[in-house]
Design a binder for this molecule. Structure first.
Ligand SMILES: *[C@@H]1O[C@H](CO)[C@@H](O)[C@H](O)[C@H]1NC(C)=O
Ligand SMILES: *[C@@H]1O[C@H](CO)[C@@H](O)[C@H](O)[C@H]1NC(C)=O
Length: 378
């Protein structure tokens, strides 16, 4: 057995320590560019699975049937979310759910975090009927906790750089209407009218976006709403089965107001590059002309419990449509993987952020050649 001379061992140790210190402090943060995602069920990648009392769940088949091993993974769709697709296109890693038990400082530094939660809204009171969900305020609070962890791990200065270089996505709002303002059981529905409710949302969102700026967010995208009056759940509420016009008008007003807010914050806040994008028009066109886009159905869910819909949404006893790639909607609320691909493509065009991607997009991005198969890699 050979032993290293103590002096040599000490020297090695000191060298290693010095190197570590140089890497961590003197040279700043050699951190990767990652994403922090704030959202609702359209972006949830598993948080609600761990909110065991939440009634907004995608934890049963057939959710996730076209993703990875085909088992439910917490996404409220059959395949990828819009944020998955946009992140992939810009070469960023897919951030894990905040409540994922494998989340650690190292995982956060490599991949970022996704705080999105099904049922969550801009307002605290939104989605109360789901019992458990993370509102946007709660998600920002959790993000502050993440920042503390990272500061302890890599130091204040490096952490500041890491969080300023990161990309931020804020994608909420439909629940503030569908699971709040438009439901008479919520007090907001009788305390506000269309205009004052949107003003209330904008005032709240403005505070939240400024708070994120204070926490270091510089590169931030806000996604607008689609024609939410055309989700199958809203259509079955009309006798004709048509889209709910009033709900769609609210989405358009929300988008207009949010666009104005985001553009004004982007000029007001120091070094902020805040951008707004929505896919309202293209989704509206797909819904009116599904065949033009290669879809065959734009008014009913692919996964549906038949006669008693919409009391139950997609459950294990549901019947699936024959060709999932031909349906715009996966369940009563949520677009299918193919529709998400179309939405992501539109947002990428509108936001024009492929040009400033941190790393080149991986060569064969599935949406470019129109291949709608969900990525099998997770
Ligand atoms: C909303 O909830 C957060 C906690 O997540 C709390 O700090 C805040 O005061 C609440 N805001 C309102 C207006 O109730
Ligand atoms: C499209 O839908 C029609 C009925 O609406 C059906 O006859 C046809 O087979 C469907 N095509 C595909 C490719 O699913």
């Amino acid at each position: 057995m050979t032993t290293m001379k103590p002096s040599l061992l000490l020297l090695r140790l000191i060298t290693t320590l010095t190197l570590t210190i140089i890497l961590a402090n003197i040279d700043g943060c050699h951190c990767k560019i990652v994403q922090f995602i704030f959202g609702d069920s359209l972006s949830d990648v598993g948080n609600n699975r761990y909110l065991t009392r939440s009634l907004a769940q995608a934890s049963l088949p057939w959710y996730g049937i076209d993703f990875g091993n085909g088992l439910p993974n917490g996404r409220f769709t059959n395949g990828r979310t819009v944020s998955d697709i946009i992140g992939d296109a810009t070469g960023l890693p897919r951030p894990p759910a905040f409540l994922d038990p494998s989340l650690s400082e190292d995982v956060i530094l490599e991949n970022g975090v996704n705080y999105a939660s099904g049922g969550g809204g801009i307002l605290n009171e939104t989605g109360g009927l789901f019992i458990q969900r993370f509102s946007l305020n709660k998600q920002i609070e959790l993000f502050q906790g993440t920042q503390e962890l990272i500061k302890t791990k890599i130091g204040e200065e490096s952490a500041a750089k890491f969080f300023q270089e990161a990309r931020y996505v804020v994608a909420l709002g439909s629940n503030d209407f569908i699971n709040n303002y438009l439901m008479p059981v919520y007090s907001d529905s009788w305390n506000y009218n269309d205009q004052t409710f949107i003003d209330y949302l904008m005032e709240t969102l403005q505070g939240q976006l400024k708070q994120l700026h204070g926490l270091g967010a510089r590169e931030l995208m806000v996604f607008g709403l689609g024609p939410m009056g055309c989700i199958p759940l809203q259509r079955v509420l009309t006798t004709s089965g048509d889209c709910q016009d009033r709900t769609n008008k609210l989405a358009l007003s929300f988008n207009k107001a949010t666009s104005k807010l985001v553009n004004s914050l982007s000029t007001q806040l120091a070094n902020a590059n805040y951008r707004f994008g929505d896919a309202y028009d293209v989704v509206s066109d797909v819904i009116s002309n599904p065949h033009k886009y290669g879809f065959n159905n734009s008014d009913s869910p692919c996964c549906s419990f038949g006669r008693i819909r919409p009391a139950l949404t997609c459950v294990p006893a549901s019947i699936l449509c024959k060709d999932r790639s031909k349906y715009v909607f996966w369940d009563e609320y949520h677009p299918s993987d193919s529709a998400n691909e179309l939405i992501a493509k539109e947002l990428i065009n509108k936001l024009g952020f492929l040009g400033d991607a941190p790393t080149p997009a991986p060569a064969p991005t599935p949406y470019v050649d129109g291949d709608v198969a969900p990525s099998p890699d997770d």
